[in-house]
Structure formats: C-alpha cells, structure tokens
Write a protein that binds this ligand. Structure first.
Ligand code: NGO
Length: 534
C-alpha cells in the first residue's frame, strides 16, 4: 500500500500492479537482509523519476554471483563487461557474464532488453532489487547503461576501488523506474585555452557518464589554440595548435585521437558535439593562414585571456572555402547529429558582417547533414528553426532567444551564473574566473530549466549544458575540482522530474556521493553547503 501510494505520488508513471504487488509482498514478509546496505535508494543523483525502496530487502553480491545479459545484444554485453570489470577489481570475485534469452531474471545481476515498458522511453530503465538479485530492464542499450550507473551508486563506495576490498557488497532493495526529463544533458570541455590529452578527456567522459550526461561538447578552437587536425588546412593544428594560455606547448588531436574520443564516448552513451568557434575567437586560425585576414597579414599567436579581438574576414571568398573544408572534415569525423559553430562575442565583426557570415555558414553545415548549435548570439540573425541556440547569459531574459523559441527553435540552457563550471565557488577558490559571479553548489542547483528563461516554456528547452572553460585550468585535478560537485547538480536538473527539485533533499543526496569520489580519486570541492558523508 505504502509503495503503491509512493509510486503514484512521485511518479505519475503507470506501474504494473504486478510489480507493486510483488514489492508490497516482500516488504510485508519481514525479510531481513544478510548485511544492511551502506547505501540507500533515497540517495541517488540524479533523483530517479520514481523510487520505491524496500528497506527490508537487499541483494548481496557474493563469489557465486553471475551477470546475465540479453542474448544476442553486443551493446548489452559491453555494458555488462564494463560493470563486471569494475566489480571484479574491487570484490575479487569472478563474476562471469553469461547470455540469457529468458525474459524472467534469474538470480544474480540481469541486464535485459525486455519488459521495461513504454514509460522507460529510449533512455530510461527499470531496476528491481530483491533478495534474489538485481534486474535492470530497458528498451535500448542507453537505458541499460543508465540503469547500471544507478546500480553503481547503490553499491558501497568501495566497489569503485581499483584494488581488492573486503566487502560486504550489499545492494539496497526496492524499485526504480526512471527516464530523463530532457533529451540533451551536456558537459562542455574547453580544450582550446589549455589542451587536454585523449586520456584526460576519457577520464572526464567516465565522470560525466556517472551522472547520466549524454553529450560532450568539445570547444576545439579559440584564439589561443586550434586543437583538431584538418588535412586540407594542416597549419591550423600544426602551428595554430602549438600554444595555449600562458604560452605552454598546446597540442592537438589527430584524426585518430578524435576517433578514439568519439568511440570512447559512444561506449559510455555520450555523443560528441564538436565546436569550431567562428567568426570571432579565431586568432589561432588567423595566425596559421595569412589569407584568412582581411589585410593578408597573419597576427602572432595569442596566449592571453582577452576575448573579442579576432574575426575571420567576412568579405573574402577564401573564408568560406576554409569553413567548407573544416566543417566538411569535422562532420565526416563526427557521427553525432550536432556541430557547434560558436558565434559568441564577435566584437570585432560588424553586426551586418556577422549576419552575412552566419547566413553563409548555416547552409554549409546543413549540406554536411548536421544540426547547428551556436552560442545564443546567433539568435541576433533570426536563424532557421533547425538551429539550436545555447543560452549563456546571466539575466534570464533575452528577447532574441525568446523570439527564436516562439518561432520554433529549441534551446540549450547554460546560464553562466548557474551552469558555468569555470566560475569560482567563492572568493577563496584558487581556480576559475568570476565575471558571472560566484557559483556555489546551491546556485548551480537553484533554477528550473523549464521556467528559467523568460518566454521560453519547457517545451522549447532541448536541455541543459555545463560548460567548463579552461583559461585557468591545466590538470585533471583542476577539471575535477571545478566540475565536482556542480556538474552533478546540472545533471540532475537535466534528468530529474521538476517535482523532485528540492535543495534540502539534493544536498543530502549529493553528500552521499563524496565517499565514491574519494575512492575514485576525484578531486572535489568540499562545499560547506553540503553535508558530506565520510
Ligand atoms: C564566455 C566566453 C568564453 C570564455 C568564458 C569564460 C562564452 C560563450 N564566451 O562564454 O570565451 O572562456 O565566458 O567564462
């Protein structure tokens, strides 16, 4: 009864009476777990759409536990192998992965592509933990992957350890039915101001995937560096990639490097969105090819952090040869649907030139089969409704963005004073900038994407994105310190139902993540706003 009420009150999602009945039965049976779990279904981040803990029940992973995976599905197998790989290291158990064609989960951990029901959608899942086992069901592999991320949070933090730990390995009992609020849940990494290696990007992909982020936007070019090899314009990477903010050696991704990043991301159900920032933020390109400059003179490479001083030459035909070649090569390397053209802070381009430039670039991207994302500055040009503006302002109001939404454009929200991970937490934060103000965890969490921007209803919101600009960041610990714990806050706004939004509950659930980050070696900011568990 309690569970039935809970399901209907929290979720508004139809749940089969069979499931509710079974759960109630177990709850009423007075079953006692072998070992009380260290974690709780009430502590998940992002909050699931529906969660119904059955505290009297729990499953314990032992040396005899098997993983069973949907027969014939290579992606499901891969997800099971990832899970088993992590758990074998920490538990020391064999945890064999075997295929099953049965829609009925046996004992152990089952990953099934049947029986999730329509409410789980494309990316959601259903997770049932009873004394007999754990069953994750989804309509597709992305949902299974997300369900496995939830299972990770239900295991003791030590399960993430790279070396063997004693256990016990209890998973709290109960039921989760989950699916995302928004389809686009992004994280951006600026690899232009400082370059990060493939391994560093892969680590960040692992970290964002824990919180069900499904897009990684890579800011691949800026005044200070061009980070992707373009075969038809080789100097861009070879010369333009050879420095960084502060004058370091920079770096760039070869096509093979980029392919590895895209593939690694795909294995974590993350889609890469590449950005070439134009027509401003282009000093690295202008320095690499003199003909791209209106006066035909290449400027020196730039290692400061000013913005707004560079522009491609809008009146020259070669500019569009350049755009066509770069966009063409990048689109061919990118399986995902989006290509980001930047478009922000074109302060050295006249409004007329800016409109001309964007008007010529949009069809080039469309010719290559990609959907354009651009910083919301592109709405000044009244772009077609297929263009996705990314709002990065701080006021919650923008007439041009609202007009675009009214015409039908869908918007990604990254308000800088909420979602920018590069802003300092408070005046004492050693890294980051503060032009948008200080952004503590509560600020990052305290807004609703569905009502944040004046004139933009939730139906016009494609999703949210947390950008991490790297003017002041040079190492993986730097990245982690700025992203954690704010990235999970933005991830929750993107995933969880609006009705679950509650700072008091969120900060408690967030605090429960701390021990996992410690075991994983994630360098996080211990915000005083959060009751961290030890
Ligand atoms: C702005 C600017 C970037 C900076 C960032 C720093 C946008 C879209 N353009 O955001 O070039 O790196 O702020 O916070």
């Amino acid at each position: 009864m309690v569970i039935a009420r809970l399901w209907s009150r929290i979720g508004g999602i139809a749940v089969s009476t069979a499931l509710v009945g079974a759960a109630a039965l177990v709850a009423g049976s007075g079953a006692v777990a072998d070992a009380a779990p260290a974690t709780s279904m009430r502590d998940l981040v992002p909050a699931p759409a529906v969660v119904a803990p059955v505290d009297a029940d729990a499953y314990r992973i032992t040396a005899r536990t098997q993983l069973r995976v949907q027969a014939g599905s290579a992606p499901a197998r891969d997800i099971a192998d990832q899970l088993a790989g992590t758990l074998r290291r920490s538990t020391g158990y064999r945890l064999p992965v075997t295929e099953t064609a049965s829609p009925v989960p046996a004992d152990g951990i089952s990953l099934l592509l049947t029986g999730a029901g329509p409410d789980a959608g494309d990316e959601g899942y259903r997770l049932d933990v009873t004394r007999g086992g754990v069953a994750i069901r989804a309509n597709g592999p992305a949902g299974l992957f997300h369900g496995v991320q939830t299972l990770h949070q239900l295991l003791p933090a030590a399960a993430e350890s790279a070396s063997r730990r004693p256990g016990p390995w209890a998973v709290p009992g109960g039921h989760v039915l989950d699916r995302p609020r928004f389809g686009y849940r992004g994280a951006m990494l600026d690899v232009a101001r400082h370059f990060f290696t493939v391994a560093q990007v892969e680590r960040y992909i692992d970290e964002i995937a824990l919180y069900k982020i499904n897009y990684l936007h890579l800011h691949l070019s800026d005044d200070q560096g061009w980070r992707i090899a373009i075969a038809s314009w080789p100097q861009l990477a070879e010369y333009g990639g050879g420095t960084a903010v502060g004058g370091g050696p920079g770096g760039f991704y070869t096509r093979e490097d980029y392919r590895r990043i895209v593939e690694y991301a795909a294995s974590r159900y993350v889609t890469v969105v590449p950005e070439i920032d134009m027509p401003g933020h282009t000093n690295a390109a202008l320095a690499s090819y003199a003909e791209l400059n209106c006066d035909g003179v290449a400027p020196p490479r730039y290692t400061g952090i000013d913005v707004g001083f560079s522009s491609l030459c809008v009146g020259k035909d070669v500019t569009y040869d350049f755009v066509r070649d770069v966009v063409g090569e990048l689109a061919a390397m990118t399986p995902g649907p989006y290509l980001h053209i930047g478009g922000d802070e074109a302060k050295s381009t006249t409004p007329q030139d800016y409109a001309t430039f964007i008007g010529r670039v949009l069809p080039i991207v469309a010719e290559h089969g990609k959907t354009v994302v651009g910083w919301h500055d592109v709405t000044r040009t009244s772009p077609p409704t297929s263009v996705v503006p990314q709002y990065w302002g701080t006021t919650g109001q923008d007439a041009d963005v609202a007009a675009a939404a009214a015409r039908g454009n869908r918007v990604v929200l990254s308000p800088a004073n909420r979602a920018y991970l590069d802003q300092k937490y408070d005046p004492s934060t050693p890294l980051g900038l503060s032009w948008a103000g200080y952004v503590e965890v509560r600020d990052a969490y305290g807004w609703d994407p569905g009502s944040y921007l004046a004139g933009i209803p939730a139906s016009s919101v494609l999703g949210v994105e947390a950008p991490l600009w790297s003017e002041t960041l040079t190492t993986t610990p730097d990245i982690e310190y700025m992203a954690f714990p704010r990235l999970p806050a933005i991830a929750e706004l993107g995933w969880s139902p609006a009705g679950s939004h509650d700072w008091e509950a969120f900060k408690r659930r967030l605090g429960a993540q701390g021990p996992r980050w410690t075991v994983m070696g994630i360098n996080f900011y211990r915000s005083p706003q959060v009751p961290w568990r030890s």
